[in-house]
Design a protein around this ligand. Structure first.
Ligand code: ADP
Ligand code: MG
Ligand code: ZN
Length: 479
């Protein structure tokens, strides 16, 4: 049996952050009472006419450009026909034969290897409504439908089958999500369903050029679930092949409780959507000048920002990756740098102290109780020796818990003792009191000095400058 490799292609559905829906003026915001964001257009009443949301088209172009895709000067909306109660028209308006964008790619680095994943297409469509079942679906006595989401603008981003491992698939999703959030075209919220993913996966002998029979896995609502579902599915398919079974093309559902995938429908049961161009919508014509304007307004994207952080601030790749994970975090970091300019020190404090604390409290950077200017002021005190590293941590704790200013804390607590005269008396007292360690040090046991330094620090409640204490002790004990 030859060694097998997995082949994965992902279909991502991202809700576009517009105020109104794709083809009507209803609000597209999440969380309103059921069926309050509806009108005859999104409820599919006879005789209504859809009108394309210009902002949704703009955001999809913005996304396609950021993904290095081509923009079709003319694309078209089609009807995808199927019957389900969450779809009142009994068809979904989507782009089929002529999508808005093709031939893009996304790049990321995983375990030191640069990977570039092709984007087959980015197209526009509308979301469906949502069914709420009384109890579990199979046994529900009744189901309710909420049409608020029906008609919300959606982008479908389809990758080439270029991914090879579940880890790569998860990293691709993280990278794509970060780009969309940076572009402010999608909030990227997987739990609320504004960033969803179906995974296509097959296995084949390593070195084969033909694709194996694919399975489409649905119903994963986190990166972790995507990775686990793919792990499971790859093992299942590989085992089947080793056992001499034939795989069938099918759609399977991830069951997060049981951590398995279960068959939903085979190829024979697949829907025939009977796609045809929507006669109510004219072809979507995109002026090149508009595309140029959108391109000019593209923000700096995560990848470019990461590279700039390495080049401009001399940060290690790792730090740059962490600090550019979100736009807000990158902005926080750069606000610190503007006020206080040791980039690596700022990076350490933001990554270790601040993010550590925020993570523990389940907060993100926007909720930091310490504004960047204040963190910079603290690091300024540390850099000029007004406080020691240990004191800086204590100050940090106080700043995190209250809205105290580091300069005020310094005034209240007193700063680091850097006056040799003031410390000499304490040094002499410590030497007099600890004859044992003094004798050991004089006999050549260097580490005895640490004990003595510790005693001086203790006597000053940690305020003495440790470097100075070291020097004073070494001088006083010199033969
Ligand atoms: P469909 O028409 O069923 O949606 P497509 O050929 O359009 O199928 O591909 C949908 C997704 O599945 C794409 O992301 C593509 O990369 C991926 N894909 C296609 N064939 C395979 C395969 N044999 N194994 C894994 N992924 C595949
Ligand atoms: Mg598909
Ligand atoms: Zn509406």
């Amino acid at each position: 049996m030859p060694e097998l490799e997995a082949v994965i292609g992902l279909e991502v559905h991202a809700e576009i952050l517009t105020r109104s829906k794709m083809f009507c003026g209803c609000s597209a915001t999440f969380g309103a009472p059921p069926n309050t964001h509806t009108c005859p257009v999104c409820l599919g009443m006879p005789g209504v006419l859809p009108v394309v949301n210009r902002r949704a088209v703009e955001y999809a172009i913005r996304t396609a450009l950021a993904l290095h895709g081509t923009i079709a000067p003319v694309s078209r909306f089609a009807r995808k026909n199927y019957f389900y109660p969450d779809l009142p028209k009994a068809y979904q308006i989507s782009q089929y034969e002529l999508p808005l964008s093709e031939h893009g790619h996304v790049a990321f680095v995983l375990a030191g290897t640069e990977r570039r994943i092709g984007i087959r297409r980015v197209h526009l469509e509308e979301d469906t409504g949502k069914l709420v079942h009384a109890g579990i679906m199979e046994k529900a006595e009744s189901s309710l439908v909420d049409y608020n989401r029906c008609g919300v603008p959606l982008m479908e981003i389809v990758s080439e089958p270029d991914l090879r491992t579940p880890e790569e698939a998860a990293e691709y999703l993280r990278t794509l999500r970060a780009i969309l959030v940076y572009l402010e075209v999608c909030d990227g919220n997987m739990e609320e369903g504004s960033f969803r993913c179906d995974a296509n996966v097959s296995v084949r002998p390593v070195g084969a050029t033909e694709l194996g029979v694919k399975v489409e896995v649905k119903n994963m609502n986190s990166f972790r679930n995507v990775q686990r579902a793919l792990d499971y599915e790859i093992r299942r398919q590989a085992r089947a092949l080793r056992d001499g079974a034939t795989l069938v093309q099918e759609t399977r559902l991830w069951n997060a409780d049981q951590e398995i995938t279960l068959s939903m429908r085979s190829k024979e049961q697949a829907h025939d959507y009977r796609y045809f161009p929507d006669p109510d919508l004219v072809p979507l014509v995109v002026e090149p000048a508009w595309v140029d304007e959108i391109r000019r307004r593209l923000p700096e994207l995560p990848e470019a920002k990461r590279r700039r952080f390495v080049e401009d601030y001399g940060l290690p790749e790792y730090d740059a990756g962490v600090l550019t994970a979100t736009k807000e975090l990158a902005e926080y970091y750069e606000a610190c740098i503007r006020a206080q300019c040791d980039p690596k020190a700022v990076s350490n404090w933001v990554m270790v102290e601040l993010l550590g604390r925020l993570n523990k409290d389940g907060k993100d950077i926007a909720q930091s109780p310490i504004p960047p200017e204040r963190l910079a002021a603290l690091l300024g005190l540390l850099a000029k020796g007004a406080i020691s590293g240990k004191m800086a941590k204590e100050f940090f704790d106080e700043m995190y818990a209250s809205d105290a200013d580091p300069a005020e804390i310094l005034k209240a607590k007193g700063g680091q003792i850097t006056d040799a005269g003031e410390l000499e008396a304490i040094v002499r007292a410590v030497i007099a009191k600890h004859a044992g360690p003094v004798a050991e040090y004089r006999k050549g046991k260097e580490t005895a000095l640490n004990f003595l330094v510790g005693q001086v620090m203790r006597a000053t409640q940690g305020k003495a400058n440790p470097k100075l204490v070291n020097e004073l002790l070494a001088k006083a004990l010199a033969p």
